[in-house]
Every structure is written in structure tokens, then in C-alpha cells.
Design a protein around this ligand. Structure first.
Ligand SMILES: CN1c2c(nc(N)[nH]c2=O)NC[C@@H]1CNc1ccc(C(=O)N[C@@H](CCC(=O)N[C@@H](CCC(=O)N[C@@H](CCC(=O)O)C(=O)O)C(=O)O)C(=O)O)cc1
Ligand SMILES: N[C@@H](CCS)C(=O)O
Ligand SMILES: [Zn+2]
Length: 774
């Protein structure tokens, strides 16, 4: 039998040691030239192709690399470049590309913005239910498309010159439009007839260059689709089939095709990739519907999590499939490997038993290659690999470190009362007003202050043993005190300690909770050059000791103003970690919630009057299909309430959410019953508040008045105008004043000016209210 092809669908582009991050940041800081950045990028592509080739991958992708984001690349490729970037219609410069990604300070030629005002970036949002962010393409109603950049072709040729025949990958035209927005609010899919010819031209040129196959990603095929959307797929792929390009491998991932399967199965493509990790049951129906000659790409190794695959079970499952479709099957991860860290071998200090349970991108490729050998040459050829995987799985299943009877017992004892505050919000509000004595439009921030190079360097030095605990602790205390003094000086009402001791809002807690393991080198791209190291939840979760109380108590001891205790919520902790897959997600979440409940109680006992429990990932965790959403929201909200409800009425609970729209989950947000919620609203110019207005949301709200992703300092009047807008339709006594999110990625100069303007804007609003009352 000939070798079963192995595909990766994309590899982590940030590089084994985050080489792309360092090159990008050096370029933005002016330390390296454009040519140096581009050659660093080319070196990374070459390295990734060569690694895959050496490991035995037979279907190596190209165009999975991006300098910032692959959706942004697609927008640039087809000329979807909004007017404000001052693009002259010729080749898109790197400056324009990065302006779209990150905004810019100066004024591009021909732009309507005033000098110094800068150009805002495209909106950034979460890629399906992952922690990866993509840039949202923006289309005008009269949007024209043309092939402006030939990046996929160039990278195909680049690999070809190295002797590597690749399968270029593209974001498919329907998903691309569906993930974008029209400036007039119209349906972006109406633009499909204009877009498809551009894809057709690109495919023809790829075929001329020798591409035999193209991977065309249509993850939107796993969402709920209307009849019109299904028709859009038929229209687009019939047109592309007629274009005479390479064969198309239509890639679906992050879920089941479900009711879209009949529509997907008849699309005129040569191959279909299925996510068989999220939905193993979809294989049989797909095989029975797909044409005989269609190649099926079996996404059997988990591209979203880090657990080692069960090779023996997979071989049992795959053997009959291979036999029934000889020559028309490929093996692949469930989705691109972008979402897992590069190589487990880089983790030299992980516990060896835990390490034996894991597989990162490189190990997942090894698993796929082993499966291919086993299926082609017989199990004996890979018996030692199968045995090693089975031993690891058995050790994981029986390990005492995974199961903690105390945690399991505590979970069984949870009662509904534990998830309810003792009195309703109206009564709590009165006690809290009495205790906190805050002005109208109270001002606060979301938690983090700049994580400067100095802060990160000190932490790195401490980790390497070059800075003693005493010196590191003293350094952090100085930073915290500076932040408290700064907040007092500019006149904020509710202060934060600044989160200087935290490497990351999830990893910091992962380092302290039992059942979590953290990594040193296992980075995953979050957006652009920014990365995270998601902790690995391998066992029952508990809190051996308080995690934040020392810092909260220290910060509060420095000031008479209230300082918020600052915690990451259970849903976010789950969503931004690699969770265990041997128990339901909701069980893991409840365990985290109980651990946080104890932390909240300890903060309250330490005299902390305001406690914020961040849940930015609550929305991102929402299942992709409507039918699964209410069950998720039920347990997610219950977990938040379990964490937050053990306190007295006079203790004020805040939550914070960034990313996304709230319309469809507003009742769930309301039932979280946080006393105050801060949300990201500035980029949408308060549009996102609409849901709260319409719902008549009863508790307090802090609509973000400035975008923390941009270095731009918003003028006082702009923030005051946003607050006036927020005030409309809400009770003014409900409104808090804060930025969109934490300030860790910003520089101190920006933070100083922005927050000073914000405090003045709040004062202005107070004066206006007083004037109108007198
Ligand atoms: C709010 N967001 C978060 C998400 N997910 C999280 N897990 N955490 C989040 O905060 N998802 C949604 C958004 C995404 N936003 C961001 C924003 C910023 C970052 C970011 O800045 N990432 C940093 C890494 C942060 C970190 O872990 N820092 C560590 C280690 C720093 C480091 O690289 N050290 C070097 C040595 C440094 C030296 O010597 O100078 C090393 O280890 O090699 C720390 O501070 O200790 C980034 O650099 O990308 C991410 C998501
Ligand atoms: N408290 C965190 C929330 C980020 S979503 C911060 O301020 O960075
Ligand atoms: Zn946030």
C-alpha cells in the first residue's frame, strides 16, 4: 500500500523560540530594517518547511505563515483596505499593513484624520472559540476586490525553490466575508460575486506555478448557516471549480459540519477535511455522502489541546476507513497546529511523568507520521511507539495526582445557595454606597498597569536565580507603591495594585493552583507579536494557599482609597488553559470556582471592600452552535456565582469582559449578578451598550472610554462625549468610568495622559449633571 499522506494544516508561525515576535518588535522599535524583518520571516518559513519535511510530513502547507494575522493577509491580498489607511492602489507597503494591524500615529497621505490624531487599527476579535485574535476585515458597500498581493504564490515559489512542493492554504472566500463587517451594516456575503473572481485568478496562477492542491479553509461551515449562506457556498465553489485551478482541499474545523454536511458534501471540491476530535461521529455520515473520488482528510489528532493521542485506538478506528477508501484518505490534526506550542522538547523542567502525557506541535506530527506508517506497513512497524503511547495513557488514567478525593467530595457538596448572594442587588447597592462613598461616575481601571521591560527583566532575573526573592519582592512593592501614588495623584476613585507580580492573568494563578502545570517555553500566539503560555490542567483543582491576598493587603495598606482585589474568573481560567479531557469542562470550571471562592473569602477577611473577578473569555467559550449555548451559559454563570457569592452584601463584586458583542448573552451576563461590570465599548463608540440598555440591565456598568490596544491618547472631550452617549438610556448612577481593558501593554507616558484625561472627563460629566440639577 502506498504511504497514507500526512498533512499539518499549518504550523505555529511564531517560531520555536518566538523568533517572529522578536523580529517584529525589533522592526517596530526601529532596531532592524524592513529587509532584516523580511529575511527573519523567510528563515522561519524555511525552517518550518524543512522540519516538516524531515519529520515525514507529505502535505506541507505554505501561506500558513503571516507577519501578523492570516485574515489580515487575506484582506490585503484582495485589496480590502479601508480608505483611512491612505493606500494608493499600488503594492501594499509594510507600513500600511502594520497600520491596519496596530493603528498608527501619523497621518497617511490623503487621509481624512487630523494631523497627530492617528489612524485606528482594524477591529480585532477572537478566532472562533480560540484565544487567537484575528483582524476583522472591513468592507465598504461599494467594495471592489482585486488581486493586490500574491503572497500565497510567492510563498509557494519560495518553498519550490527550496525543493519543497507545498499545498498553499487560503482563508476561503465565504468564511473571509462572513468574518468581516460592512461599514454600512449590510451583509458582507452580498460582495461574494465580486470576490470570487479574485480567488479564481489566484488559483489559476497557483496552478500555473505548479501547485497541485490548495487547502481552502472554511471554518464557518461548522456554524449555524442560513439557506442563503449555504447557497453562497455552492455559488462560490462552483465558480472556483470552473476556474481551472489546483484541486481544492476544503478544510472545516472547530466542530461538526452537522446540518451543513449535505450542502458541504456536494460542493465541487477534490477533498474535505473533517475535525474528528471535536466530532468523531461525523465521519460515517460524511463517508456515506461524499463522492467516491473525494479525498477525506481525517483530523484525528487534537490541534486544540496538548494531550498525547491514543495511537492503538486510532489505528483500530482508522484501519477500516483506509481499507474502504484506498488512496483517498489523508491524516491530519483536527485543525492548524497554530493553537498549540511548538515543541515539548523545549520544556526541560516539566515533571517527567506529566511530560510523558503530552504532545505539542512537533509531537503531534510524530503521532500522525506513526499512524501513517502503522496503517501502511502494519502495526508492527510502529509497535514501540504504540506501546509508549498506551503506557502514557494508562499512567495518566491511574495517576494519583489526577484525582483528589477532597476536591471531588467538595464539589459533590455544592448547594444552590452557594451560588446566590445573600441579598438582592438593590440592597447590596445601598450597603456598598454607604461603605465606599464614591462620587457619581466613579473612576477606576481594569487592573494591570504597564508591564515594562524593567518589570519583565526583574522577573526573568528572579526566575534565573540572578535576583533574590527579597530583592524581587522589594522591586515589586516599589512598583506597586508607585502605581498607587500615581492613581491617587490623578484622582482615580477605586484603585488597583497594578498586577506587576503577574506574568499573565491566567498563568499566575496556574502557578499556584494544584492540578495545574505551567510551562517555561511553550508559547502560543495570541495576536501579532503577543504570546501566552496556557497552563495545563491535568488534575483536580484546589488552592493550597491564598494567591493574591498579600498583594491586595499591601496595596490597601498604602492608601485610604479602596483598592480592588483582582482575580481571574473560573471560565477564563478554563478557556485560556489546556484543560484535561477526561472529565467535562464544566467539572473543571466548578473546581476552579471553588478555589476562587476561598480566595474571595480571604480577600474579604483581609478588609478588601471591592473584588474584581475578570471573565473576558466568557463569551469566547460560547459553543459555536446555538443549540449548545444555553447549557454552557448555565454552568459558566453558575461557576462565576459560585466563586463570587460567598461575600457579605457590603463587599462589592466587579467583573470585567472585553471582546465581543453582548446582545445574545445579556440575560446570562445579568444573571452573573456582579455589582459592577466593566466592558470594552470604546471601539464600537458605545454601540455594545445597546444590549444593556434594551435589557434594562439593573446593576452598575463601566463602559470602556478608551481603547487600550492603541498607543493613541484620547482627548478629554472625546471621552466626555462617549460618557454622554453612555448616559443616554441608562441611569447615570449606574455608570462607572474606566478604560476598555487592562493597561499592561501600554507605556507609562500614554497611561498617564489617557487616565488624566479620563478623570477630567468624569469630572466634567459630574459638573454637567450638577448644573442641570440646579
Ligand atoms: C487579555 N488577554 C490575555 C489573553 N490570554 C491570556 N492568557 N492572558 C491575557 O492577558 N487573551 C486575550 C488577551 C490577549 N492579550 C495579550 C496581551 C498581552 C500579552 C503579552 O504581553 N504577552 C507577553 C508575554 C507575557 C508573559 O508571559 N510574560 C512573562 C514572560 C516574559 C518573557 O518573555 N520573558 C523572557 C525574558 C525577558 C527578559 O529577559 O527581558 C523569556 O522568558 O524568555 C513575564 O512577564 O514574566 C509577550 O511577550 O508576548 C499577551 C496577550
Ligand atoms: N485585570 C486584567 C484584565 C484583562 S482582560 C488586566 O487588567 O489586564
Ligand atoms: Zn480585558
Amino acid at each position: 500500500m502506498s504511504q497514507i499522506p500526512v498533512a499539518t494544516l499549518g504550523v505555529p508561525r511564531i517560531g520555536r523560540r518566538r523568533e517572529l515576535k522578536f523580529a517584529l518588535e525589533a522592526y517596530w522599535a526601529g532596531r532592524i530594517s524592513q529587509a532584516e524583518l523580511l529575511s527573519a520571516a523567510a528563515r522561519l518559513r524555511e525552517e518550518h518547511w524543512l522540519i516538516q519535511k524531515a519529520m515525514g510530513v507529505t502535505v506541507i502547507p505554505s501561506n500558513d505563515f503571516s507577519l501578523y494575522d492570516h485574515v489580515l493577509d487575506t484582506a490585503v491580498m484582495v485589496g480590502a483596505i479601508p480608505q483611512r489607511y491612505g493606500w494608493d492602489g499600488a503594492a501594499v507597503s509594510l507600513d500600511t499593513y502594520f497600520s491596519m494591524a496596530r493603528g498608527s500615529q501619523g497621518r497617511p497621505a490623503g487621509c481624512c484624520h487630523a494631523e497627530g490624531e492617528g489612524v485606528p487599527a482594524l477591529e480585532m476579535t477572537k478566532w472562533f472559540d480560540t484565544n487567537y485574535h484575528y483582524l476583522v476585515p472591513e468592507f465598504s458597500p461599494d467594495q471592489e476586490f482585486r488581486l493586490v498581493s500574491t503572497k500565497p504564490l510567492d510563498e509557494f515559489n519560495e518553498a519550490k525553490a527550496l525543493g519543497i512542493h507545498t499545498r498553499p492554504m487560503l482563508v476561503g472566500p465565504v468564511s473571509f466575508l462572513k468574518l468581516g463587517k460592512r461599514t454600512d451594516g449590510g451583509d458582507p456575503l452580498a460582495l461574494l460575486p465580486r470576490l470570487v473572481p479574485v480567488y479564481a485568478e489566484l488559483l489559476r496562477r497557483l496552478a500555473e506555478a505548479g501547485a497541485a492542491w490548495v487547502q481552502i479553509d472554511e471554518p464557518c461551515l461548522v456554524l449555524d448557516l442560513s439557506q442563503d449562506e449555504k447557497r453562497a457556498y455552492a455559488f462560490a465553489y462552483e465558480a472556483l471549480a470552473a476556474a481551472g485551478g489546483p484541486k481544492l482541499m476544503l478544510a472545516t474545523y472547530f466542530g461538526a459540519l452537522g446540518d451543513n454536511l449535505p450542502a458541504a458534501a456536494v460542493l465541487p471540491v477534490a477533498g474535505l477535511h473533517l475535525d474528528l476530535v471535536r466530532e468523531p461521529e461525523q465521519l460515517e455520515p460524511a463517508l456515506s455522502l461524499l463522492p467516491e473520488n473525494c479525498v477525506v482528510s481525517l483530523g484525528v489528532v487534537d490541534g486544540r489541546n496538548v494531550w498525547r493521542a491514543d495511537l492503538a485506538a486510532l489505528l483500530d478506528r482508522l484501519t477500516p476507513v483506509i481499507a474502504s477508501r484506498p488512496g483517498r484518505v489523508e491524516l491530519a490534526p483536527s485543525c492548524s497546529l497554530l493553537h498549540v506550542p511548538f515543541d515539548l522538547a523545549l520544556e526541560t523542567s516539566l515533571d517527567p511523568e506529566l511530560k510523558s502525557w503530552l504532545a505539542f506541535a512537533v509531537q503531534k506530527v510524530e503521532e500522525l507520521v506513526a499512524l501513517s506508517h502503522g496503517l501502511t506497513s502494519g502495526r508492527e512497524a510502529v509497535q514501540s511507539l504504540i506501546d509508549a503511547a498506551s503506557r502514557a495513557l494508562a499512567s495518566r488514567a491511574s495517576s494519583p495526582r489526577v484525582h483528589d478525593p477532597l476536591v471531588e467530595g467538595r464539589l459533590a457538596g455544592v448547594t444552590p445557595e452557594m451560588a446566590r448572594r445573600s441579598v438582592p442587588f438593590s440592597e447590596r447597592r445601598a450597603c456598598q454606597r454607604e461603605r465606599l462613598k464614591l462620587p457619581l461616575f466613579p473612576t477606576t481601571t481594569i487592573g494591570s498597569f504597564p508591564q515594562t521591560a524593567e518589570v519583565r527583566k526583574a522577573r526573568a532575573a528572579h526566575l534565573r536565580g540572578e535576583m533574590s526573592y527579597v530583592d524581587y519582592d522589594a522591586f515589586l512593592k516599589r512598583e506597586t507603591e508607585k502605581a498607587i501614588r500615581f492613581q491617587e495623584e490623578i484622582g482615580l476613585d477605586v484603585l488597583v495594585h497594578g498586577e506587576f507580580e503577574r506574568n499573565d492573568m491566567v498563568q499566575y494563578f496556574g502557578e499556584q493552583l494544584s492540578g495545574f502545570a505551567v510551562t517555561r517555553q511553550s508559547w502560543v500566539q495570541s495576536y501579532g507579536s503577543r504570546c501566552v503560555r496556557p497552563p495545563i490542567i491535568y488534575g483536580d483543582v484546589s488552592r493550597p494557599r491564598p494567591m493574591t491576598v498579600g498583594w491586595a493587603r499591601f496595596a490597601q495598606s498604602l492608601t485610604d482609597k479602596p483598592v480592588k482585589g483582582m482575580l481571574t474568573g473560573p471560565v477564563t481560567m478554563l478557556q485560556w488553559s489546556f484543560p484535561r479531557d477526561d472529565v467535562p469542562r464544566e467539572t473543571v470550571c466548578r473546581q476552579i470556582a471553588l478555589a476562587l471562592r476561598d480566595e474571595v473569602a480571604d480577600l474579604e477577611a483581609a478588609g478588601i471592600a471591592v473584588i474584581q473577578i475578570d471573565e473576558p473569555a466568557l463569551r469566547e467559550g460560547l459553543p459555536l452552535r446555538q443549540a449548545d449555548r444555553s447549557a454552557y451559559l448555565d454552568w459558566a454563570v453558575e461557576c462565576f456565582r459560585l466563586a463570587s457569592s460567598g461575600v457579605k452584601p457590603e463587599t462589592q463584586i466587579h467583573t470585567h469582559m472585553c471582546y465581543g458583542e453582548f446582545n445574545d448573552i445579556i440575560d446570562a451576563i445579568a444573571s452573573m449578578d456582579a455589582d459592577v461590570i466593566s466592558i470594552e465599548t470604546s471601539r464600537s463608540r458605545m454601540e455594545l451598550l445597546k444590549a444593556f440598555r434594551v435589557f434594562r440591565y439593573p446593576n452598575d456598568i463601566g463602559p470602556g472610554v478608551f481603547d487600550i490596544h492603541s498607543p493613541r491618547v484620547p482627548p478629554l472631550d472625546e471621552m466626555a462625549a462617549l460618557l454622554r452617549k453612555a448616559k443616554d438610556g441608562l441611569d447615570r448612577r449606574q455608570i462607572w468610568v474606566n478604560p476598555d481593558c487592562g493597561l499592561k501593554t501600554r507605556a507609562w507616558e500614554e497611561v498617564r495622559s489617557s487616565l488624566a484625561n479620563m478623570v477630567f472627563a468624569a469630572r466634567k460629566l459630574r459638573e454637567e449633571v450638577q448644573a442641570s440639577a440646579s
